[in-house]
Write a protein that binds this ligand. Sequence first.
Ligand code: C2E
Ligand code: CA
Ligand code: CA
Ligand code: CA
Length: 280
Amino acid sequence: AKAAGKDQLVLYDRRLREERLQRTRTVERLRGALADSELLLHYQPLVRLADERFVAVEALIRWQPPGERLVPPDAFIPAAEDSGLIVGIGAWVLRQACADAAPWHQRHGTLLSVNVSPRQLREPDFAAMVRDALAASGLPPQALILEITENVLVDAGAPTELALGHLNALRLAGVRVAVDDFGTGYSSLAYLRDLPIDHVKIDRSFMPDRATGDPRLPLVKAVIDLANGLELGTIAEGVETAEQAVLLRGLGCERAQGWHYARPAPAAEVARLLAAGRRA
Ligand code: C2E
Ligand code: CA
Ligand code: CA
Ligand code: CA
């Protein structure tokens, strides 16, 4: 038994080393990808539930290594965060997304949502970087929503001063802040009241698929009621059916995002959807 345990340990150790090596390789390739413009953005339109018209888009990053399949963010964002590469990647995302969205905003009033990693908010010049991207593109600050996760602001139980400072400064300039994947982290309800945020994005895992008897129903309802009570905007993620859309609207949810309305797509395709105003 002792020998078997030792074998297990050796195996475990080897697997750990292989994982680490794999990650190092990903980071090296990713560094090249950023330099060689292999990163690109897709956009997913969001609707206002009251009339189901497109009112915003979320920028979602992809990686296109030459001759290979498109790589989804979940396969490289964690490595980018660990290595710090996310700082450079995130700055690129912001500049590119603001530039793409500026004409959409001008023509249709479309808002732009951009994902921000915790690591980015720990950079002293994060707020200045955001202001530069806005200024360079001509997108007004009021058209930008930064999506952060709950853990960004709460490090070891206390909000991180630097992150808070950035968000406060940007909000004063007119930028809006959304808590992404709400309900999946260490949410304390008090954070919603105390933190510098404007919208709550309800995580896809809370989306009920039945209008009665679904155990997720009371949870989504509670989150929407709470957000409405605090005068925060509400956005439901992962809306895949018309039934879900009707349900959410009935619960008083403001906006929705999901395959029922539109999948993430390249900028040119999204431009056509925004011009049409509603789902194809
Ligand atoms: P997220 O911010 O929660 O983004 C929503 C994800 O849900 C996207 O996956 C989107 O394609 C997917 N989705 C949208 N509608 C539906 C639906 O109706 N059903 C289902 N099943 N899925 C839906 P994606 O594009 O693979 O992005 C995954 C995650 O990668 C994002 O989750 C976000 O956390 C991260 N990410 C994406 N772009 C960036 C970026 O520019 N910077 C950073 N830091 N993270 C990013
Ligand atoms: Ca997001
Ligand atoms: Ca999300
Ligand atoms: Ca999510």
